[in-house]
Design a binder for this molecule. Structure first.
Ligand code: CUA
Length: 189
């Protein structure tokens, strides 16, 4: 063993040890990524997002939540406000929706034919309406008055003419109007 070969041999051993450490780190990162993919994949497959709700387009009009008599604004026994509406080429039902100001309002809506959408004035109320699925969101309105609710998803030749009105009433006025009424709307009868 010569005096010069010894330090070279030692640095070689140091390099091998360092490479082994890095190989372990890289292997651990790869294992973690694969484990994350497997866990999230299995999780989503086993538990789809709770917001995905389906509805049968063929029986929408005859039974269930979206029959004509159930559309409009409802105040539940717990005081919660729910608006149910249906979009179709080329209108919304009801055509005029009443909501209270400064109260949480939950929308539940679907489409019977094409993909539609809705946006209420300049508020954050904005969703797509897809046949077979129930779109739902909760929001509050802070500005009293009437705003337009156009369809914002191209749905055919009548798309530009597809909109509804939304009336935001002061809370007291809304509650007075809804008293004894099962489904409220501002459609002229
Ligand atoms: Cu409905 Cu565009």
């Amino acid at each position: 063993m010569s005096a010069t070969s010894d330090p070279v041999h030692r640095s070689e051993l140091v390099a091998i040890a360092a490479e082994r450490r890095w190989a372990i780190v890289v292997g651990a990162i790869l294992a973690l990524l694969v484990a994350m993919m497997v866990v999230t994949g299995v999780h989503w497959a086993a538990m789809p997002p709770s917001r995905v709700e389906t509805v049968d387009v063929k029986t929408l009009h005859v039974a269930g939540e979206f029959v004509e008599s159930n559309l409009g604004t409802a105040v539940g026994a717990d005081g919660k406000v729910t608006v149910r509406l249906v979009a179709q080429q080329y209108s919304f039902q009801p055509q005029c929706i009443v909501v209270p100001a400064d109260m949480p309002v939950t929308f539940r809506a679907t489409s019977t034919d094409a993909i539609h959408g809705l946006v209420i004035g300049t508020t954050n109320a904005n969703t797509m309406l897809v046949p077979g699925f129930v779109s739902t969101f909760t929001t509050s309105f802070h500005q009293i008055g009437e705003v337009l609710m156009p369809c914002h998803e191209y749905c055919g030749v009548g798309h530009e003419a597809m909109w509804a009105h939304v009336q935001v009433l002061p809370q007291s006025e809304f509650l007075a109007k809804s008293r004894g009424v099962e489904r409220l709307s501002c459609v002229a009868r």
